[in-house]
Design a protein around this ligand. Structure first.
Ligand SMILES: NC(=O)c1ccc[n+]([C@@H]2O[C@H](COP(=O)([O-])OP(=O)(O)OC[C@H]3O[C@@H](n4cnc5c(N)ncnc54)[C@H](OP(=O)(O)O)[C@@H]3O)[C@@H](O)[C@H]2O)c1
Length: 327
Protein backbone atom coordinates (compact mmCIF):
# COMPACT_ATOMS: atom_id res chain seq x y z
CA UNK A 1 0.00 0.00 0.00
CA UNK A 2 0.96 3.66 -0.30
CA UNK A 3 1.61 5.47 2.99
CA UNK A 4 2.75 8.94 3.97
CA UNK A 5 5.82 8.40 6.11
CA UNK A 6 7.77 10.69 8.46
CA UNK A 7 11.19 10.02 6.94
CA UNK A 8 13.05 12.05 9.63
CA UNK A 9 12.08 14.56 12.30
CA UNK A 10 11.69 17.94 10.65
CA UNK A 11 9.62 20.28 8.49
CA UNK A 12 6.66 19.35 6.28
CA UNK A 13 9.04 18.16 3.52
CA UNK A 14 9.98 15.06 5.57
CA UNK A 15 6.52 13.64 4.79
CA UNK A 16 7.04 11.34 1.80
CA UNK A 17 4.87 8.76 0.07
CA UNK A 18 6.39 5.25 0.33
CA UNK A 19 5.32 1.65 -0.33
CA UNK A 20 4.59 -0.26 2.87
CA UNK A 21 3.02 -3.63 3.59
CA UNK A 22 -0.62 -3.63 4.66
CA UNK A 23 -1.20 -3.89 8.42
CA UNK A 24 -2.11 -7.34 9.75
CA UNK A 25 -5.29 -7.34 11.86
CA UNK A 26 -5.83 -9.09 15.18
CA UNK A 27 -8.98 -11.09 16.00
CA UNK A 28 -10.73 -7.99 17.38
CA UNK A 29 -9.67 -5.51 14.70
CA UNK A 30 -10.99 -4.50 11.29
CA UNK A 31 -8.95 -3.49 8.25
CA UNK A 32 -10.22 -0.25 6.72
CA UNK A 33 -9.52 0.78 3.12
CA UNK A 34 -8.91 4.44 3.84
CA UNK A 35 -10.69 6.99 1.64
CA UNK A 36 -9.82 10.06 3.72
CA UNK A 37 -7.73 10.88 6.78
CA UNK A 38 -8.02 13.92 9.07
CA UNK A 39 -5.00 16.04 9.96
CA UNK A 40 -4.58 17.15 13.56
CA UNK A 41 -2.09 19.39 15.35
CA UNK A 42 -0.62 16.36 17.20
CA UNK A 43 0.47 14.98 13.77
CA UNK A 44 2.62 18.12 13.38
CA UNK A 45 4.20 17.54 16.80
CA UNK A 46 4.89 13.90 15.86
CA UNK A 47 6.47 14.95 12.54
CA UNK A 48 8.77 17.34 14.41
CA UNK A 49 9.85 14.51 16.73
CA UNK A 50 8.15 15.97 19.82
CA UNK A 51 5.31 13.49 20.22
CA UNK A 52 6.31 9.82 20.07
CA UNK A 53 3.45 7.46 19.19
CA UNK A 54 2.20 5.19 21.99
CA UNK A 55 3.20 1.52 22.19
CA UNK A 56 1.63 -0.54 19.41
CA UNK A 57 1.05 2.40 17.03
CA UNK A 58 3.07 2.67 13.80
CA UNK A 59 6.33 4.53 14.52
CA UNK A 60 6.52 6.66 11.37
CA UNK A 61 3.07 6.81 9.78
CA UNK A 62 1.04 9.62 11.40
CA UNK A 63 -2.74 9.97 11.40
CA UNK A 64 -5.28 9.76 14.22
CA UNK A 65 -8.56 9.51 12.31
CA UNK A 66 -9.83 7.95 9.10
CA UNK A 67 -12.94 7.15 7.10
CA UNK A 68 -13.34 4.38 4.55
CA UNK A 69 -14.72 0.92 3.85
CA UNK A 70 -14.11 -2.22 5.87
CA UNK A 71 -11.95 -4.58 3.80
CA UNK A 72 -11.42 -7.40 6.32
CA UNK A 73 -12.61 -8.36 9.81
CA UNK A 74 -10.89 -10.30 12.58
CA UNK A 75 -12.49 -13.61 13.55
CA UNK A 76 -13.88 -12.24 16.86
CA UNK A 77 -15.33 -9.04 15.38
CA UNK A 78 -19.09 -8.89 15.94
CA UNK A 79 -20.17 -5.37 15.00
CA UNK A 80 -18.89 -4.94 11.46
CA UNK A 81 -18.77 -6.74 8.11
CA UNK A 82 -16.79 -6.28 4.91
CA UNK A 83 -18.18 -3.34 2.92
CA UNK A 84 -19.42 -1.28 5.92
CA UNK A 85 -18.60 2.42 5.66
CA UNK A 86 -17.04 3.71 8.87
CA UNK A 87 -14.99 6.43 10.44
CA UNK A 88 -12.60 5.62 13.25
CA UNK A 89 -10.26 6.93 15.91
CA UNK A 90 -6.80 5.36 15.79
CA UNK A 91 -3.56 5.88 17.68
CA UNK A 92 -1.50 6.31 14.48
CA UNK A 93 -1.16 5.04 10.93
CA UNK A 94 -4.05 6.96 9.37
CA UNK A 95 -2.04 8.48 6.51
CA UNK A 96 -2.11 5.23 4.54
CA UNK A 97 -4.29 3.32 2.09
CA UNK A 98 -5.10 0.67 4.71
CA UNK A 99 -5.35 0.92 8.47
CA UNK A 100 -6.14 -1.55 11.25
CA UNK A 101 -8.64 -0.42 13.89
CA UNK A 102 -9.98 -2.02 17.10
CA UNK A 103 -13.64 -2.68 16.26
CA UNK A 104 -14.92 -0.59 19.18
CA UNK A 105 -13.21 2.53 17.85
CA UNK A 106 -15.20 2.49 14.59
CA UNK A 107 -18.48 4.31 14.09
CA UNK A 108 -20.80 4.27 11.09
CA UNK A 109 -20.38 7.40 9.01
CA UNK A 110 -23.35 9.56 10.14
CA UNK A 111 -26.23 10.22 7.72
CA UNK A 112 -25.19 10.71 4.10
CA UNK A 113 -21.78 12.12 4.91
CA UNK A 114 -18.95 11.83 2.41
CA UNK A 115 -15.77 10.05 3.52
CA UNK A 116 -14.00 13.44 3.63
CA UNK A 117 -16.63 14.76 6.05
CA UNK A 118 -16.66 11.58 8.15
CA UNK A 119 -12.84 11.59 8.42
CA UNK A 120 -12.99 15.06 9.96
CA UNK A 121 -14.94 13.86 13.00
CA UNK A 122 -13.26 11.27 15.25
CA UNK A 123 -10.25 12.99 16.85
CA UNK A 124 -12.01 16.22 17.84
CA UNK A 125 -15.37 14.65 18.70
CA UNK A 126 -13.79 11.97 20.94
CA UNK A 127 -11.57 14.60 22.60
CA UNK A 128 -14.33 17.15 23.23
CA UNK A 129 -16.83 14.56 24.47
CA UNK A 130 -14.32 12.94 26.76
CA UNK A 131 -13.06 16.18 28.30
CA UNK A 132 -16.06 18.48 28.34
CA UNK A 133 -18.90 16.07 29.01
CA UNK A 134 -17.33 13.00 30.69
CA UNK A 135 -14.47 14.56 32.65
CA UNK A 136 -15.81 18.10 33.14
CA UNK A 137 -19.49 17.07 33.38
CA UNK A 138 -20.75 20.22 31.64
CA UNK A 139 -24.46 20.51 32.46
CA UNK A 140 -27.15 22.02 30.19
CA UNK A 141 -27.36 25.75 30.87
CA UNK A 142 -23.73 26.04 32.01
CA UNK A 143 -21.28 28.26 30.14
CA UNK A 144 -18.10 27.14 28.38
CA UNK A 145 -15.07 29.15 27.21
CA UNK A 146 -13.09 27.45 24.44
CA UNK A 147 -9.65 28.80 23.56
CA UNK A 148 -8.62 28.31 19.93
CA UNK A 149 -12.26 28.57 18.83
CA UNK A 150 -11.41 28.22 15.13
CA UNK A 151 -9.25 25.11 15.59
CA UNK A 152 -10.51 21.66 14.68
CA UNK A 153 -11.19 21.13 18.39
CA UNK A 154 -12.77 24.57 18.70
CA UNK A 155 -15.35 24.26 15.91
CA UNK A 156 -16.40 20.88 17.35
CA UNK A 157 -16.66 22.17 20.93
CA UNK A 158 -18.73 25.21 19.84
CA UNK A 159 -21.25 23.12 17.94
CA UNK A 160 -21.47 20.21 20.38
CA UNK A 161 -21.91 22.34 23.50
CA UNK A 162 -24.36 24.72 21.80
CA UNK A 163 -26.45 21.79 20.58
CA UNK A 164 -26.53 20.35 24.11
CA UNK A 165 -27.82 23.59 25.63
CA UNK A 166 -24.72 25.51 26.68
CA UNK A 167 -23.63 29.10 26.13
CA UNK A 168 -20.22 29.04 24.45
CA UNK A 169 -17.58 31.78 24.42
CA UNK A 170 -14.38 31.42 22.41
CA UNK A 171 -11.09 33.15 21.73
CA UNK A 172 -9.57 33.39 18.25
CA UNK A 173 -6.75 35.33 16.62
CA UNK A 174 -8.59 37.45 14.02
CA UNK A 175 -11.93 39.20 13.53
CA UNK A 176 -12.61 36.92 10.54
CA UNK A 177 -12.09 33.79 12.68
CA UNK A 178 -14.26 35.32 15.43
CA UNK A 179 -17.07 35.90 12.92
CA UNK A 180 -16.99 32.27 11.77
CA UNK A 181 -17.04 31.02 15.37
CA UNK A 182 -20.15 33.10 16.04
CA UNK A 183 -21.79 31.79 12.87
CA UNK A 184 -21.17 28.27 14.22
CA UNK A 185 -23.08 29.15 17.38
CA UNK A 186 -20.67 30.85 19.79
CA UNK A 187 -22.46 33.52 21.83
CA UNK A 188 -19.38 35.74 21.63
CA UNK A 189 -15.94 35.27 20.10
CA UNK A 190 -13.13 37.31 21.63
CA UNK A 191 -10.20 38.39 19.45
CA UNK A 192 -7.36 37.64 21.87
CA UNK A 193 -4.99 39.88 19.91
CA UNK A 194 -7.05 43.00 20.61
CA UNK A 195 -8.88 42.15 23.86
CA UNK A 196 -7.97 40.69 27.25
CA UNK A 197 -10.11 37.54 27.21
CA UNK A 198 -10.38 37.30 30.98
CA UNK A 199 -11.69 40.86 31.34
CA UNK A 200 -14.08 40.32 28.42
CA UNK A 201 -15.51 37.17 30.03
CA UNK A 202 -15.90 39.05 33.30
CA UNK A 203 -17.99 41.72 31.52
CA UNK A 204 -19.96 39.24 29.37
CA UNK A 205 -21.00 37.22 32.42
CA UNK A 206 -21.79 40.17 34.73
CA UNK A 207 -18.81 39.28 36.86
CA UNK A 208 -19.89 35.66 37.45
CA UNK A 209 -17.33 33.97 35.17
CA UNK A 210 -17.76 30.81 33.11
CA UNK A 211 -18.47 27.34 34.47
CA UNK A 212 -15.83 25.63 32.36
CA UNK A 213 -12.80 26.41 30.18
CA UNK A 214 -11.46 24.01 27.54
CA UNK A 215 -7.86 25.14 27.15
CA UNK A 216 -5.15 24.12 24.68
CA UNK A 217 -3.03 27.22 25.31
CA UNK A 218 -1.82 27.09 28.95
CA UNK A 219 1.21 29.28 29.75
CA UNK A 220 0.39 32.94 30.31
CA UNK A 221 -3.34 32.25 29.72
CA UNK A 222 -3.53 30.38 33.02
CA UNK A 223 -3.88 33.27 35.51
CA UNK A 224 -6.59 34.77 33.25
CA UNK A 225 -8.33 31.40 33.11
CA UNK A 226 -8.36 31.06 36.89
CA UNK A 227 -9.64 34.64 37.22
CA UNK A 228 -12.58 34.20 34.83
CA UNK A 229 -13.90 30.87 36.14
CA UNK A 230 -17.07 30.96 38.24
CA UNK A 231 -17.45 29.28 41.62
CA UNK A 232 -17.14 25.48 41.17
CA UNK A 233 -15.57 26.19 37.76
CA UNK A 234 -13.52 23.57 35.91
CA UNK A 235 -10.35 24.27 33.91
CA UNK A 236 -9.72 21.40 31.48
CA UNK A 237 -6.36 21.28 29.74
CA UNK A 238 -5.78 19.39 26.50
CA UNK A 239 -2.46 21.04 25.62
CA UNK A 240 -0.19 23.86 26.76
CA UNK A 241 0.92 25.52 23.51
CA UNK A 242 2.20 28.62 25.34
CA UNK A 243 4.02 26.67 28.04
CA UNK A 244 3.43 24.11 30.77
CA UNK A 245 5.22 25.88 33.65
CA UNK A 246 2.84 28.41 35.16
CA UNK A 247 2.21 30.36 38.32
CA UNK A 248 -1.33 30.39 39.72
CA UNK A 249 -3.08 32.00 42.66
CA UNK A 250 -4.03 29.03 44.83
CA UNK A 251 -6.18 31.26 47.02
CA UNK A 252 -8.54 31.72 44.06
CA UNK A 253 -8.65 27.95 43.52
CA UNK A 254 -9.73 27.48 47.14
CA UNK A 255 -12.04 30.49 47.33
CA UNK A 256 -13.95 29.50 44.19
CA UNK A 257 -13.61 25.73 44.78
CA UNK A 258 -12.14 25.23 41.30
CA UNK A 259 -11.16 21.97 39.64
CA UNK A 260 -8.07 21.93 37.41
CA UNK A 261 -7.75 18.81 35.30
CA UNK A 262 -6.86 17.59 31.82
CA UNK A 263 -6.15 14.53 29.73
CA UNK A 264 -4.43 13.06 26.70
CA UNK A 265 -6.54 10.77 24.54
CA UNK A 266 -4.03 9.07 22.28
CA UNK A 267 -2.41 6.72 24.78
CA UNK A 268 -5.66 5.68 26.49
CA UNK A 269 -6.76 2.04 26.30
CA UNK A 270 -9.08 0.60 23.64
CA UNK A 271 -11.92 0.07 26.15
CA UNK A 272 -11.83 3.74 27.14
CA UNK A 273 -11.95 4.95 23.53
CA UNK A 274 -14.64 2.42 22.64
CA UNK A 275 -16.84 3.69 25.49
CA UNK A 276 -16.53 7.24 24.11
CA UNK A 277 -17.50 5.93 20.66
CA UNK A 278 -20.70 4.42 22.04
CA UNK A 279 -21.57 7.71 23.84
CA UNK A 280 -20.99 9.69 20.64
CA UNK A 281 -23.13 7.24 18.70
CA UNK A 282 -25.98 7.72 21.17
CA UNK A 283 -25.80 11.45 21.90
CA UNK A 284 -24.00 13.19 19.02
CA UNK A 285 -24.26 11.09 15.82
CA UNK A 286 -28.03 11.79 15.51
CA UNK A 287 -27.24 15.55 15.63
CA UNK A 288 -24.69 15.08 12.84
CA UNK A 289 -27.11 12.96 10.80
CA UNK A 290 -29.83 15.64 11.11
CA UNK A 291 -27.42 18.44 10.18
CA UNK A 292 -27.71 20.23 13.55
CA UNK A 293 -23.95 19.76 13.91
CA UNK A 294 -21.90 20.02 10.72
CA UNK A 295 -18.36 19.03 9.81
CA UNK A 296 -16.23 22.14 9.17
CA UNK A 297 -13.82 21.30 6.34
CA UNK A 298 -11.33 24.01 5.39
CA UNK A 299 -9.25 22.18 2.77
CA UNK A 300 -8.79 18.74 1.19
CA UNK A 301 -5.40 17.68 -0.23
CA UNK A 302 -4.52 14.56 -2.22
CA UNK A 303 -2.47 12.30 0.05
CA UNK A 304 0.70 12.89 -1.98
CA UNK A 305 0.46 16.57 -0.92
CA UNK A 306 0.55 15.84 2.82
CA UNK A 307 3.48 18.26 3.18
CA UNK A 308 1.33 21.10 1.78
CA UNK A 309 -1.45 20.18 4.20
CA UNK A 310 0.95 20.35 7.17
CA UNK A 311 2.32 23.69 5.93
CA UNK A 312 -1.22 25.06 5.91
CA UNK A 313 -1.89 23.81 9.43
CA UNK A 314 1.31 25.39 10.72
CA UNK A 315 0.47 28.70 9.04
CA UNK A 316 -2.65 28.87 11.24
CA UNK A 317 -4.62 30.14 8.23
CA UNK A 318 -7.30 27.47 8.50
CA UNK A 319 -10.65 27.33 10.30
CA UNK A 320 -11.78 23.81 11.17
CA UNK A 321 -10.34 20.71 9.56
CA UNK A 322 -7.76 19.86 6.91
CA UNK A 323 -8.21 16.46 5.23
CA UNK A 324 -6.08 14.12 3.10
CA UNK A 325 -7.84 12.19 0.34
CA UNK A 326 -6.70 8.71 -0.72
CA UNK A 327 -9.28 8.38 -3.53
N1 LIG B 1 -5.23 16.17 24.91
C1 LIG B 1 -5.76 15.58 23.86
O1 LIG B 1 -6.20 14.44 23.94
C2 LIG B 1 -5.81 16.31 22.53
C3 LIG B 1 -6.41 15.69 21.43
C4 LIG B 1 -6.49 16.41 20.22
C5 LIG B 1 -5.97 17.70 20.15
N2 LIG B 1 -5.35 18.25 21.25
C6 LIG B 1 -4.78 19.59 21.20
O2 LIG B 1 -5.81 20.49 20.83
C7 LIG B 1 -5.23 21.58 20.13
C8 LIG B 1 -6.03 21.83 18.86
O3 LIG B 1 -5.80 20.79 17.94
P1 LIG B 1 -6.31 20.94 16.46
O4 LIG B 1 -5.92 19.73 15.73
O5 LIG B 1 -7.72 21.37 16.51
O6 LIG B 1 -5.35 22.14 15.99
P2 LIG B 1 -5.48 23.39 15.03
O7 LIG B 1 -6.72 23.30 14.19
O8 LIG B 1 -4.18 23.55 14.36
O9 LIG B 1 -5.68 24.61 16.03
C9 LIG B 1 -4.70 25.18 16.81
C10 LIG B 1 -5.30 26.51 17.31
O10 LIG B 1 -4.47 27.08 18.31
C11 LIG B 1 -4.52 28.48 18.21
N3 LIG B 1 -3.19 28.92 18.62
C12 LIG B 1 -2.02 28.44 18.18
N4 LIG B 1 -1.00 29.02 18.82
C13 LIG B 1 -1.57 29.89 19.69
C14 LIG B 1 -1.05 30.78 20.64
N5 LIG B 1 0.25 30.91 20.84
N6 LIG B 1 -1.92 31.53 21.37
C15 LIG B 1 -3.25 31.39 21.20
N7 LIG B 1 -3.80 30.54 20.31
C16 LIG B 1 -2.97 29.82 19.58
C17 LIG B 1 -4.84 28.81 16.76
O11 LIG B 1 -5.81 29.80 16.72
P3 LIG B 1 -5.53 31.31 16.23
O12 LIG B 1 -5.08 31.24 14.80
O13 LIG B 1 -6.86 31.94 16.41
O14 LIG B 1 -4.46 31.84 17.11
C18 LIG B 1 -5.47 27.51 16.23
O15 LIG B 1 -6.87 27.68 16.04
C19 LIG B 1 -3.78 21.24 19.86
O16 LIG B 1 -2.98 21.94 20.77
C20 LIG B 1 -3.72 19.75 20.12
O17 LIG B 1 -2.45 19.33 20.56
C21 LIG B 1 -5.28 17.57 22.41
Amino acid sequence: MKAIVITAAGGPEVLQMEDRSQPVITATEVLVKVAAAGINRPDVYQRKGNYPPPKGAPRDIPGLEIAGTIAAVGNRVTRWKIGDKVCALISGGGYAEYCNVPEGQCLSAPGNMTFVEAASLPETFFTVWSNVFDRGKLQPGESLLVHGGSSGIGVTAIQMATALGNKVYVTAGSDEKCKICQELGATKAINYKTEDFSESIHKLTDGKGVNMILDMIGGDYTPGNIACLSEEGRLILINAMRGKDVQIDLAQVMRKRLIITGSMLRSREIEFKSAIARNLEQHIWPLLASGKIKPVIYAVFPAKDAAKAHTLMESGGHVGKIILSFE
